[in-house]
Design a protein around this ligand. Sequence first.
Ligand SMILES: [Zn+2]
Length: 420
Amino acid sequence: MTQLDEAFLADWAIHSRFGAVAGTNGVDRQAASAADGEQRRWFAELLESRGFAVHRDRIGNQFGLLELVPGAPWVLTGSHMDSQPTAGRFDGAYGVMASAHACFRVADELRESGETPRCNLAVVNWFNEEGSRFKPSMMGSSVLTGKLPLAEALATPDPRGVTVAEALGELDELGEDDVFGAGSGREVASYAEIHVQQGRSMEEDGVTIGLVNATWAAHKFEFRVRGEQAHSGSTLMADRRDALLGAARLVVAARELVDEFEPGLLHTACGELNVYPNSPVVVASEVELLLDLRSPSSEVIARAHASLMATIDRVQREDRVDIEITAEHSWEQNPYPEAGVELAREVAVELGLTHDRVMTVAGHDSTNMKDEVPTVMLFVPSVDGVSHNLAEFTKDEDLIAGVGHLTGVVRRLAAGALLG
Ligand SMILES: [Zn+2]
């Protein structure tokens, strides 16, 4: 192991303590939580100690900027440090730390060689990629790419009614200006992100570097099921309008939808359920539930969507409940730019790392960025595919290989690769 690798692992070990869940190796570091704020302050100090200027934009994306060529466009690389409740320490956090170290290495190389790159270097810690405390997910990159209006994002409340603007303001993590894009005077030339796979195919296939060439389609629904509050003992069964029963039928319907398609073509889940009044001896009057559909095929999503709507009609009729969609968030199956996949392949060959093309099932901030600028998306393996779980794990050797690979990508991007 080189000194550079040891330096990465040392920072990684410190970093994994923010929001650590006692007695586990995992973290609980939801967007704009106290732990997220502490981590951001530590990360800012790390970046500044390496000569990067730290800025936050108006949705709380945290950037470390190293201007090497005044006025030149920027290579942006990063991921997100926020986590799901009681989640793994790797997820997006690995990507942010790998990006920082990749930029440190390339910056040091350039200082030593005296070469002038064609692009400047920027690291990003995107705000609220997870979407657990504030919906929707990928909030920071959605605002930067114009897919979500800033005002709407800032006004989004968490379950206690605290808005994004309030939570970020309290941490002093809300900037007053754009850092990139219109009016900022800075332009992103290209984007690179590395992430743990969150699936097990790379581990099974003995692949160290995943060259992400496409993203699965997804459709996420927020439903509100309305019935009528009643005594759970004395109310006649025929008189009930049980919102929880209606919601439960949607949970089951989501699972049964999967069997309408070939194995592996559709993943579904209900990840969150809020029951009101959620009290003993009361038939629930209202339930909010989140239901996700994901598939490598947009057509499968469309057919699953239609089937789900037919089930909703039936549940409304049979259980005498009202079901409305209160919010939706979807994206199509679409490819990553081929030039970025090829660049990543060349770097893997150069470094002698096993590699293969993989699709990403989960959404990432690169899903947004790839629609705007040339983008490279990389994976390293996840042991047993465990993710959004305290036990999530990736081996040190894979973490290190990923940093080395990303460094090769950033080096080429800084030299002008993918500039067109
Ligand atoms: Zn992530």
